[in-house]
Design a protein around this ligand. Structure first.
Ligand code: ADP
Ligand code: G6P
Length: 480
């Protein structure tokens, strides 16, 4: 389901991302979790080329992405590299730093050294892939690989290179805490295009460039950064999305319909509130649980008329902050159920700690009356886009409670917007969503689903590849 077709649609793409889109699950090779893979997988399936990524420590990765012309080029990391580059610098330094330092970023020189080393490995592998596809666009993704654009640029001055950041860029004040702040910026500025989900993140990036690099002679002109050597790097705002056609089609699949019927049966007579996230401290899961607890405290009738179901995908559980979060979430679930389960009645809070297939997830989306998306900060958030798409396709009238600190809130203002830091306020927002009249729910849902349908991931990728190709050609032309 393409929104538009451009000359770039069949150009080879070398995607460079920390993760390959497959990992080995209990039933064999499955899609890896997280928004990056959700967004990129259908897009890459439409292009020839290659995907360079870490093999996640599993051997025997398929050599191509199923149903595609994309070679999977696995990178094996040593145990020390996984510890220092992935768990350390990527997930305990850059992830919290870029998410407004809501957990304290940890700064370790040995992690930084490993980050540079692994970025070199990815850059070399991407260049070997580009040798096979001389016309390819190289498209680098996310906070794990911010040195890669410049490493490739050093070797291939004329290559079209794009970079997309899937997470926020914080205010220049927060970014400035990073001991290696200049190096990371120079790394990114090796690209022709550096793109973000929202204007706010893009402006923050431009302000960081000025604050950290102005002494070098670099200048910001409009949305471009003019480097001391005269090359211009374009910045762009390009909110990522989902394959809306694919998600909508799930609603009609027999397996999904059976799943919906089973859930409707299980939660008959209750309003079903749903949360679905990677178990991550950015997602506001604790605030959500506390808000549900307040609701049950305030209104005893809700203890039997409402159920809250939290789906949590295990994530980064060998990073300290994530392990601790799991323990805290499970304590809260236990306490709330201990306090509010009525004799002879089902528990008010249900908690599943596991990954699900997109079809299983779609059944939960279709069955839920209200989706709670309450991150303290989230670059975009695709779960809410999936929810409105499936609800609309299934003929539902679900309501969305959406944190104003997500990239998605810019695009979906018809949601019941909330500030998850204000837990009491959040509990009233949930109440408000439950009480919305069917007409108001349907109107909001239709508008949100339409926004996602029109601005789907195919439109996003066409726009990004066209821009990278154009800016790359212009920069190469200027050098000649
Ligand atoms: P992030 O990229 O931070 O994980 P997003 O909301 O952008 O957040 O993307 C999360 C992705 O994970 C979505 O595509 C969603 O379908 C998927 N997901 C959410 N919950 C589960 C689950 N329990 N099992 C498998 N995938 C899930
Ligand atoms: C977010 C990040 C992705 C990452 C995903 C899953 O979506 O932006 O880059 O792949 O989380 O996290 P993991 O650490 O398991 O790759």
């Amino acid at each position: 389901m393409r929104a538009s077709v451009t000359p770039e649609d069949d150009r080879p793409v070398i995607a460079v991302a920390n993760r390959l889109p497959l990992h080995r699950g209990e039933d064999g090779w499955e899609l890896a979790p997280g928004g990056l893979v959700t967004a990129l997988r259908p897009v890459m399936a439409a292009h020839p080329g290659a995907w360079v990524g870490w093999d996640g420590g599993t051997k025997g990765m398929p050599t191509t992405l199923p149903d595609s012309r994309v070679s999977l080029l696995p990178i094996a990391l040593s145990a020390a590299q996984v510890r220092d580059y992935y768990r350390g610098f990527a997930n305990a330094t850059m992830w919290p730093l870029l998410h407004n330092a809501i957990e304290k970023p940890r700064f370790e020189r040995s992690w930084w050294n490993a980050y540079q080393e692994v970025n070199r490995v990815f850059a070399d592998r991407a260049q070997a892939a580009a040798d096979e596809h001389p016309d390819a666009i190289t498209w680098v993704h996310d906070y794990h690989l911010m040195m890669v654009p410049q490493l490739i640029r050093n070797q291939r001055p004329e290559a079209p290179i794009g970079f997309f950041l899937h997470v926020p860029w914080p205010s220049p004040d927060i970014y400035a805490r990073l001991p290696w702040r200049e190096q990371i910026l120079w790394g990114l500025l090796g690209a022709d295009v550096v793109a973000f989900h929202t204007d706010d993140y893009r402006y923050n990036f431009l302000r960081s460039c000025v604050r950290q690099l102005a002494d070098s002679g670099l200048e910001v002109r409009g949305s471009g950064v003019v480097l001391p050597d005269g090359r211009t790097v374009t910045t762009a705002t390009a909110p990522i999305s989902i394959d809306a056609g694919e998600f909508a089609s799930f609603a009609a699949e027999p397996e999904v319909k059976d799943g919906i019927a089973a859930l409707e049966d299980q939660f008959a007579g209750r309003v079903l509130l749903l949360g679905a996230d990677r178990l991550d401290y950015t997602k506001g899961i604790i605030e959500r649980l506390l808000a549900v607890e307040m609701l049950l405290e305030r209104d005893p009738e809700m203890r039997t008329s409402v159920a809250f179901l939290q789906l949590a995908v295990p994530s980064r559980d060998d990073v300290r902050e994530y392990r601790q979060l799991r323990g805290i979430v499970e304590q809260h679930v236990g306490r709330i159920n201990g306090r509010f389960t009525q004799p002879g009645s089902d528990v008010p809070v249900h908690y599943l700690y596991r990954g699900l297939s997109p079809q299983q997830l779609a059944a939960y989306y279709a069955a839920a009356d209200v989706l709670l998306v309450t991150p303290l900060i989230d670059g975009m958030n695709l779960v809410c886009k999936e929810y409105v798409t499936v609800q609309q396709a299934a003929g539902g009238s679900g309501a969305l409670v959406l944190s104003e600190f997500t990239g998605a809130a810019v695009e979906l203002p018809q949601a019941v917007l909330c500030n998850p830091f204000d837990v009491e306020g959040l509990s009233y927002r949930i109440e408000q969503a439950i009480a919305l009249k069917p007409d108001a729910r349907r109107k909001a849902l239709a508008a949100m689903a339409e926004q996602v349908r029109v601005h789907d991931v195919h439109a996003w990728v066409s726009g990004q590849l066209t821009l990278i190709a154009a800016r790359g050609a212009a920069a190469a032309g200027n050098r000649r």
